[in-house]
Design a protein around this ligand. Structure first.
Ligand SMILES: C[S@@+](CC[C@H](N)C(=O)[O-])C[C@H]1O[C@@H](n2cnc3c(N)ncnc32)[C@H](O)[C@@H]1O
Ligand code: SF4
Length: 393
């Protein structure tokens, strides 16, 4: 049975907040995030600007309840903890906080950043997501990381002592990665894991140094079959260890999923503050896609002169909204549930799916549609892009 109109309104009131910190100590050769290296950063100027833009978005979204805050980057562990604290404190003045609010900060595992953990915890951060990437020193050097195996271990141990929850990221399917090599690396890392783990296959992004290196044959990535075998062994090992995938690249112990990212994957409302931050927010029954100016200098100028640096705020039409819900929701192991789909659209899943497109995907055992909703099978999960193309275009 479905929730009524009043329940849909309650769901609309939940809001997540993303805050982007666009600076890093150095640029990793695989990364295409909005990240910049600067000799010095005027922390006070940046703090004031973030608070200004926060206040602008708060004015647009009154009477909402914040369910999560996520400081992402770049490297937000390079923020002055006083800046993190000021953002959280101001957010609490602007909106109600859900009792279980999740406040995550992405941290790189250098000793400088770990030294801030106690101060960050005192600001209200209750979860850290650490960019370990690998525990192998040679692989860390290949990935151009600033930290060593030992620093990663120390940072994880300190996170465990300091925060109620922590997660870390690993990158696999690196050049020359064998199933046996990755399996033993993953088993070693699982001994350190808390309630959550993100496992990404190395992606070669256009415009990065790795893009040029791969093209000119400096290294070769595992081929499609090897990448699939690496993905399969990852699922097997994590399932055995009680930390199954709840999303293509994200694993959690029961009830320990990242609440903030679930908001994205389930098509919930979030606002984005800081350079290049994106948002999806329902205002007067219309969902808007928002984006802030990406360049740090231009963002700062715009916020200082206009109070915010919004470069896009456009209504999302009904067809695009449905497509987005499938694109994001099918990343989740549980898929897109009937309940969530109805809450977002007021429609049954069948109303939005074309039988002639759906039927072959169900028959091929790539998708399942049942009382719970629509989801991929294990076979379908690795073919998600092709499935979405077949389902939606
Ligand atoms: C916002 S990024 C970086 C956060 C933090 N600055 C760091 O480097 O640890 C979040 C995660 O995306 C993953 N990532 C970034 N670029 C990637 C790529 N090209 N391929 C696979 N994973 C990537 C990394 O695991 C990284 O920790
Ligand atoms: S991977 Fe992290 S530390 Fe490296 S450039 Fe990207 S955001 Fe910065």
């Amino acid at each position: 049975m479905h929730a009524n109109k009043q329940d849909r309104r309650d769901v609309d009131e939940a809001l997540a907040l993303y805050v982007h910190w666009p600076f890093c100590l150095s640029r990793c050769p695989y990364c295409d995030f909005n990240a910049h290296v600067r000799e010095t950063i005027d922390q006070t100027r940046w703090r004031d600007a973030l608070l200004k833009e926060l206040s602008y978005w708060a004015g647009e979204t009154p009477n909402r309840t914040l369910t999560s805050i996520f400081f992402g980057g770049g490297t937000p562990s390079l923020m002055d903890p006083a800046t993190t604290g000021a953002v959280i404190e101001n957010a609490a003045k602007h909106w109600a906080f859900d009792d279980d609010i999740e406040i995550t900060l992405e941290a790189n595992p250098t000793s400088v950043e770990a030294a801030k953990f106690v101060d960050l915890r005192a600001t209200g951060v209750n979860r850290v997501s650490i960019g370990v990437q690998t525990l192998d020193n040679d692989a860390l050097a290949f990935l151009g990381r600033e930290h060593t195996h030992e620093q990663a271990l120390n940072t994880i141990k300190l996170a465990e002592k300091t925060f109620p929850r922590y997660s870390f990221d690993l990158i696999y399917a690196r050049p020359g990665h064998t199933v046996d090599g990755w399996a033993s690396e993953l088993r070693g890392a699982l001994a350190l894991v808390g309630d959550h783990l993100s496992l990404y296959q190395l992606m070669i992004e256009k415009g990065t140094p790795f893009f040029a290196d791969e093209r000119s044959g400096v290294f070769d990535l595992p081929d499609e079959d090897s990448a699939a075998a690496l993905f399969d062994i990852t699922q097997d090992i994590c399932d055995q260890q009680g930390i199954p995938a709840y999303e293509i690249s994200n694993h959690a112990r029961p009830n320990s999923e990242c609440r903030h990212n679930i908001t994205y994957w389930e098509g919930g409302d979030y606002i984005g503050v800081g350079p290049g931050a994106h948002g999806r927010v329902t205002l007067d029954d219309t969902v808007y896609a928002t984006e802030q100016i990406p360049g740090p200098v231009n963002w700062l100028d715009a916020v200082e002169t206009s109070g915010h640096a919004t470069r896009q705020r456009s209504p999302v039409d009904a067809e695009t909204r449905v497509e987005e819900l499938f694109m994001m929701g099918l990343r989740l192991t549980k898929g897109i549930t009937r309940k969530v789909f109805w809450e977002r659209t007021g429609m049954e899943l069948e109303d939005a799916l074309e039988p002639r497109r759906l039927r072959p995907l169900l028959a091929a055992n790539y998708l399942v549609l049942d009382n719970q909703g629509l989801r991929t099978t294990v076979e379908g999960r690795l073919k998600l892009n092709a499935i979405l193309a077949a389902l939606l275009t």
